[in-house]
Design a binder for this molecule. Structure first.
Ligand code: LMR
Length: 404
C-alpha cells in the first residue's frame, strides 16, 4: 500500500519556519512567513483581541453549538461592510453573498470551487495569476481543475509594476476571463497599482467583461487604514466589475490560528445573489459542514462595537507603522551607512508585509546558509520580522550577500 505515492516537497514558506525553529544560531532572523512580530521578535496578541476574548469568556450564554453552514451572520455582515464599505450599493441592494470561510485560503478555495462549478467559462477553465504571486494560489486553483495562467506583474528592472505589459495581457485575454487581483499589499512583491492605474485596469476589465477574483489578505496592513486599503475593491464594485472578494483576518487582527475569513460574491441582482449563496452553502456543507466559531465571534464583537472597533484600528496602526519604520531604517542603513551597491528605493516604495528585495536565488540562499536569515528564495522578506534589535545585522548580512 502507498508504494507508488511520491514524496512531496515541504511547503516553500512553512519549511522556513521549521528551519528557523531548529536553528540554534543566536542571531538568526526569520523573514519567511508573513506573520507579524513585535520589536522583540515575539508574536503580538492585539490588545483589542485580548479584550474581546475576555468578554467572550465571561459571557454566560456562550455555548459550543454549530454555527450556521454559511457562518455567524453578525460576523459575515460586518465583514462585508468592512470590505465593501457602509455605503456599498451592492450591500444595500442585497447583492452580496457572504460566507464565513477557513481564513483567506478557505475563501480562495471556496471561490475557486464555486467558479469551477458555476462560472460561464468561455473555453478552458483558466485563471490569470500575477507573476509572481503567493505560491499557494497555483495549488488552490489546480485542486479544483482551474489552470493558472501568468500575467506580467513585476518588472525586475524597475523593481516595480510591469504596468503596460499587465494592461496588454488583460486586453488580449479572451472575454470573460477570470483574473486574480491582490486588493492591496501584493504578496510577494509589495508593489500595488496606483489609483489611476486601478481606474484603467477597471476600464479594461469592463470592456472585456472579465471577472475580478480579489484576494484581500492585508486590509489595514498596507497603509494602516482599513478604508484606504479597500479602495480598489470598493472602486471595482462601484464601477460594476463582476467580482468576488476573499477576506482574511489573520494578519490585520493577528488571528492566524483561528482561521477566520470570508468570501463575498457580488451578484447583479438580489435574486441571482440568493441563488449563489444557496450553492455556496451546499459546497461548504460537503467540505467543512460549519465554519469554526471562536475567531468569528471575536471579530464580530470587535467589528460590531464602536469602541472595540476604534481600538482595533489603533492596533492596526501600531503594526503598520512599525513595519513602515523598519522600511525607512533598512533603506537608511543600506543607502547611507553601508552604501550597498544598487538602488534600494523600492524598500520604502513597496507597501505591506513584504518587500521584494530584488536579490537573486543564490544571494537568498547565501543569506540563509551563511547568515541564518530565513527568507523565500525569490528574495521576498517579511518586513514584520525586522526590529530595532536585528535590523543592523540583517542589513549588513544583505550587504555582504549583494557584494558576493
Ligand atoms: C505568506 O505568504 O507568508 C503568508 O500568507 C502565510 C501563508 O499562508 O503562506
Amino acid at each position: 500500500t502507498w508504494a507508488t505515492v511520491p514524496l512531496a516537497p515541504p511547503d516553500s514558506i512553512f519549511k522556513l519556519t521549521a528551519g528557523f525553529k531548529a536553528d540554534a544560531y543566536p542571531q538568526k532572523v526569520n523573514l519567511g512567513v508573513g506573520a507579524y512580530r513585535d520589536d522583540n521578535s515575539k508574536p503580538w496578541v492585539l490588545p483589542v483581541v485580548k479584550k474581546a476574548t475576555e468578554i467572550l469568556l465571561n459571557d454566560p450564554a456562550l455555548d459550543h453549538e454549530y454555527l450556521p453552514i454559511t457562518g455567524l451572520p453578525e460576523f459575515t455582515s460586518a465583514a462585508a461592510k468592512l470590505m465593501l464599505g457602509g455605503a456599498s450599493a451592492a450591500i444595500g441592494e442585497g447583492r452580496v453573498a457572504s460566507v464565513q470561510t477557513i481564513s483567506g485560503t478557505g475563501a480562495n478555495h471556496l471561490g475557486a470551487l464555486f467558479l469551477s462549478r458555476f462560472y460561464k467559462w468561455n473555453g478552458d477553465k483558466t485563471i490569470y495569476l500575477s507573476n509572481p504571486t503567493w505560491a499557494n494560489h497555483h495549488a488552490i486553483f489546480k485542486n479544483v481543475g482551474i489552470e493558472p495562467v501568468d500575467y506580467p506583474y513585476f518588472d525586475p528592472k524597475t523593481v516595480g509594476l510591469a504596468y503596460e505589459a499587465l494592461l496588454e495581457a488583460f486586453s488580449n485575454a479572451p472575454e470573460h476571463s477570470v483574473i486574480l487581483l491582490h486588493a492591496c499589499a501584493h504578496n510577494p512583491t509589495g508593489v500595488d497599482p496606483t489609483k489611476e492605474q486601478w481606474r484603467e485596469i477597471a476600464d479594461v476589465m469592463l470592456a472585456k467583461k472579465h471577472f475580478a477574483f480579489f484576494d484581500c489578505a492585508y486590509q489595514g496592513f498596507a497603509t494602516g487604514d482599513l478604508e484606504g486599503d479597500a479602495s480598489a475593491v470598493r472602486y471595482f464594485e462601484e464601477r460594476g466589475v463582476p467580482m468576488l472578494v476573499c477576506q482574511s483576518f489573520a494578519k490585520n487582527a493577528g488571528l492566524y490560528g483561528e482561521r477566520v475569513g470570508a468570501l463575498h460574491v457580488v451578484g447583479a441582482t438580489k435574486d441571482a445573489t440568493e441563488r449563489v449563496k444557496s450553492q455556496l452553502s451546499v459546497l461548504q456543507r460537503s467540505e467543512i459542514s460549519n465554519p469554526p466559531s471562536h475567531g468569528a465571534r471575536l471579530m464580530s464583537l470587535i467589528m460590531n462595537n464602536a469602541e472595540l472597533f476604534d481600538e482595533w484600528k489603533g492596533d492596526i496602526k501600531t503594526m503598520a507603522e512599525r513595519i513602515i519604520s523598519m522600511r525607512k531604517e533598512l533603506h537608511r542603513l543600506l543607502t547611507e551607512e553601508l552604501q550597498t551597491p544598487g538602488n534600494w528605493d523600492h524598500i520604502v516604495k513597496q507597501i505591506g508585509m513584504f518587500s521584494f528585495t530584488g536579490i537573486n536565488p543564490a544571494q537568498s540562499q547565501a543569506l540563509i546558509e551563511k547568515a541564518h536569515v530565513y527568507l523565500t528564495t525569490n528574495g521576498r522578506i517579511s518586513m514584520a520580522g525586522l526590529n530595532t534589535h536585528n535590523i543592523k545585522y540583517f542589513a549588513s548580512s544583505l550587504d555582504k550577500a549583494v557584494r558576493g
